[in-house]
Design a protein around this ligand. Structure first.
Ligand SMILES: [Zn+2]
Length: 409
């Protein structure tokens, strides 16, 4: 097949339109002058584009004044229209299923969380997703331009399939994209939860200005999403960033994946609980000793309250994570890490400990200074990522925003 190499005037116009759309969506509000500065477009070109986008209900003029406005002619700020098309998102976690409606700005306008049935298998998961998706659709009259599914892995993103996520009922080769595809004509994309979270930070969060970084998702296990050269790197089928199953001790104990001495073996919640149990006699007053099954968020919270057992468990946790992150930072030549969590947790302790460990590690290049920051989305980055994956496809011209207007790929 002949793939065209040239660009005609409509391609250029559409590319300009999408740059304006991306800038407005990811910066919330901008004046025409700011848009001209960022895009390099002439006033006339920009004005024509915006006029059309307002007529299509993609862009609206805000009543708000810029923060630095003092006197004189009031500049008009532009924003994504509240009547613009919306995006559906589904987050498949081990404990709950969440459905959201959002828009190109990453703003959430509807959210619902549902428990899984006691007997979780492909059929019951399909029934729950269909029910929750249909319920969400009833909460908007705006056109849906796409659905993003952010999920625990391992996945085959190309096929839209959850392969066999551990500790997730009897789910095996579950085609989530096909299930939702039966309910909507709009495109559906599946993405690993950590990759989705990394993309959320890139479009709407703290990763906007950074071309290369690692987003590390701390939950019952550890996952990571990589942003390289300003783009999310998902790999061949969406399984990149599995730092939990890279070995930090090749002579170590066998991990559930079959490998030896995986980071996940040392840092998963079961092993953290084991360490709490073995150190319980030395710390009888620790609140973790009283708890049945403390989560990582409970341990972090206790450490913030200066619970000595929690501090000790977290220090060890950070030590293992340090070695794995040094390997990854060296591999991709980045000095920026974002840490996200499964729930909102009090921030700072893990980030500060890791930063201290890594920047003082023997052998780590002394000219480098690694910054480690807490996700701006708290526990919601993978959920916002379900929206971001569709926005990114819109900004790249791969999803049609207006019928009849798209870039050819
Ligand atoms: Zn493993």
């Amino acid at each position: 097949m002949n793939k065209k190499k040239g660009f005609n005037i409509n391609d250029v116009r559409e590319a300009n339109r999408l740059s304006v759309l991306r800038l407005l969506a990811t910066n919330k509000m901008m004046s025409r002058a700011e848009l001209a500065r960022h895009t390099g477009l002439t006033k006339m070109t920009l004005s024509n584009l915006i006029q059309d986008m307002i007529a299509e209900d993609l862009v609206a003029e805000s009543q708000q004044l810029p923060d630095d406005y003092q006197t004189g002619r009031k500049p008009v700020l532009l924003m994504i229209s509240p009547d613009s098309p919306c995006i559906l998102g589904v987050l498949i976690r081990r404990d709950v299923l969440t459905t959201v409606i959002g828009d190109l700005t990453g703003n959430v306008i509807y959210k619902n969380t549902a428990e899984y049935p006691a007997e979780l298998n492909n059929d019951t998961l399909k029934a729950l997703i269909s029910e929750q998706y249909t319920l969400a659709l009833k909460h908007t009259s705006r056109r849906v331009i796409g659905t993003g599914i952010s999920s625990i892995g391992p996945l085959d993103e190309n096929e839209g399939v959850l392969l066999h996520p551990p500790e997730f009922g009897r789910i095996y080769h579950f085609n989530a994209v096909k299930v939702i595809g039966e309910l909507t004509e709009a495109p559906v994309f599946l993405i690993n939860d950590a990759n989705a979270a990394a993309l959320a930070e890139k479009l709407y969060g703290i990763g906007k200005a950074c071309a290369n970084y690692i987003y590390v998702h701390l939950m019952n296990g550890i996952g990571a999403g990589l942003v390289l050269n300003g783009r999310i790197h998902t790999g061949n089928v969406g399984q990149s960033g599995e730092i939990g199953h890279t070995s930090i001790n090749f002579e170590g104990p066998f991990c559930s994946c079959g490998n030896r001495g995986c980071l996940d073996y040392y840092t998963n919640i079961h092993n953290l609980r084991k360490r709490i149990t073995t150190q319980a006699a030395l710390n009888p007053e620790s609140r973790l000793v009283q708890q049945d099954a403390p989560t990582l968020a409970d341990i972090i919270d206790a450490a913030h309250q200066k619970d000595q057992l929690a501090v000790s468990v977290l220090e060890e946790f950070c030590l293992y994570l340090t070695w794995s992150l040094i390997n990854t930072l060296s591999l991709i030549d980045s000095d920026f890490i974002i840490i996200g969590y499964e729930k909102n947790v009090a921030g700072g302790l893990i980030e500060e400990t890791l930063m201290l460990n890594i920047n003082n590690a023997p052998g780590f290049n002394e000219n480098r200074k690694v910054s480690i920051v807490h996700s701006v989305f708290g526990g919601s980055a993978p959920l916002i990522g379900a929206i971001a994956v569709i926005s990114e496809h819109v900004f790249n011209g791969q999803i049609k925003l207006t019928p009849g207007v798209t870039l050819q790929n």
